[in-house]
Write a protein that binds this ligand. Structure first.
Ligand code: C5P
Length: 400
């Protein structure tokens, strides 16, 4: 069921290949698609609406001005319903009409009113196909992201031989299936986000003000830009971005373990988490009582997740990006970390400035690399994350 729950409008126009549309609809339905057929007046000369209604199991749309059809499912509703509009066969006439932006029947109106992708399967005499105006129309539709499927070549109904045959129903079904296959991710990325919590006893911990917003915004931006994203998150109150794999952790040690096991599988690693540098040397089994006037907690160093991944000798070391949240001498500290942790890039911000950085919705960053730097001015974290991700991908592609 490769097309399960996919909603397809099949637009049939007046070409002899229309007789193959009953077969096309059956094959689409077999794969789980819900098909609604829209026919032009020309199409009805070649195959009957009754046939198409019977095979699709849905009423046929054939008029823009039909009150009963509009009452059942109006043309705008139908345009919004579709996941794909496929016009097969597509005559020179409908190709020219769509290119001109006409809306003089139900099918051309749907093409203007839908936000779904449109695919057309041209079918016409080989000379009409080769005509320069037809070629111009097809080229201009392609520029508008309308997919042109076919035509095939061979013997034509008129007796000519050449390009202009509608692709066979099974070829069209395969193209529809391919259309719905999610694109292969362009890169794999691992991002740490949020604070860590270092337990003192069963009820108390040491942590920081990180909200996780920047890391989550980066995860969202990375997905939008074609990444397969894994987010290792400390405790935050943020929803998981769509299509992102999220691994929840609490302590720095847990984050370290999760990140090191995932890092060899990815192309890019961004350490955006505000990892606690130290943790209590021992965690009391019982709640600590307030007996004394003062108390001392001995802290020991946490592993540095980013440095461990970045300095790993593995051939699968990802491209490594760090963050530096500083309150003074931002460039000096950021460049120090870039070198010490052997990073490819570091994004630094001054968290002492009110309204940016930690726990805020806005941020400004400066990106440093070995021989350069770039200021990314104050913006919403979501917007900044997209700019930053584009820069990271730019540097990543230059290096690989
Ligand atoms: O050394 P500092 O904590 O300032 O470095 C910040 C960068 O290192 C951030 O990218 C942070 O996610 C990462 N880091 C880490 N593990 C630590 C400490 C910091 O991955 N234990």
């Amino acid at each position: 069921m490769t097309l399960k729950n996919k909603k397809i409008i099949l637009g049939i126009t007046g070409g002899i290949a229309a007789y193959k549309c009953a077969e096309l609809v059956r094959r689409l339905k077999e794969r789980g698609a819900d098909v609604r057929v829209v026919m032009t007046n020309g199409a009805k000369q070649f195959i009957t609406p009754l046939t198409m209604q019977a095979v699709s199991g849905n009423p046929i749309g054939d008029s823009l001005l039909d009150p009963s059809a509009e009452a059942a499912m109006g043309h705008i509703e139908l345009a919004k319903w579709a996941d794909l509009v496929l016009i097969a066969p597509a005559t020179v006439n409908v190709i020219a009409a769509i290119n001109a932006g006409l809306a003089n029947d139900l099918l051309t109106t749907l093409c203007l009113a839908t936000s779904a992708p449109i695919a057309i399967a041209p079918a016409m005499n080989q000379q009409m196909y080769r005509a320069s105006v037809t070629q111009q129309n097809l080229a201009s539709l392609e520029l508008r992201d309308i997919r042109i499927w076919g035509p095939g070549s061979g013997e034509q109904a008129c007796g000519d031989v050449g390009l202009g045959r509608m692709l066979e129903p099974m070829q069209l079904v395969e193209l529809v299936e391919q259309h719905f296959v999610p694109p292969q991710p362009k890169f794999k990325i691992l991002i740490t986000a949020g604070p860590t919590r270092e337990a003192i006893d069963p009820v108390r911990y040491i942590s920081n003000h990180s909200s996780g917003k920047m890391g989550y915004a980066l995860a969202k931006a990375a997905h939008k830009l074609g990444g397969q994203v894994t987010l290792i998150s400390g405790p935050v109150s943020l929803a998981t971005p769509d299509n992102v794999e999220r691994i929840d952790v609490v302590s720095a040690q847990q984050m370290h373990q999760a990140a090191l096991s995932k890092a060899p599988e990815v192309d890019i690693f961004i350490g955006c988490a505000a990892v606690a540098d130290y943790r209590p040397a021992t965690i009391s089994d019982q709640k600590i009582k307030k007996n004394d006037d003062d108390m001392v907690i001995t802290m020991i160093k946490n592993p540095d997740i980013l440095a461990d991944i970045s300095t790993s000798a593995s051939a699968r070391r990802p491209f490594c990006v760090g963050f530096a949240a500083e309150t003074q001498d931002v460039e000096i500290y950021a460049r120090g970390k870039l070198q010490r942790k052997k990073l490819d890039l570091i994004a630094a911000n001054n968290v002492a400035i009110a309204g940016q950085g930690f726990n805020s919705d806005q941020n400004a960053l400066t990106l440093y690399w070995e021989n350069g730097q770039l200021d990314l001015p104050l913006a919403d974290k979501e917007q900044l994350a997209t700019t930053l991700m584009l820069e990271i991908l730019n540097h990543f592609h230059k290096k690989s």
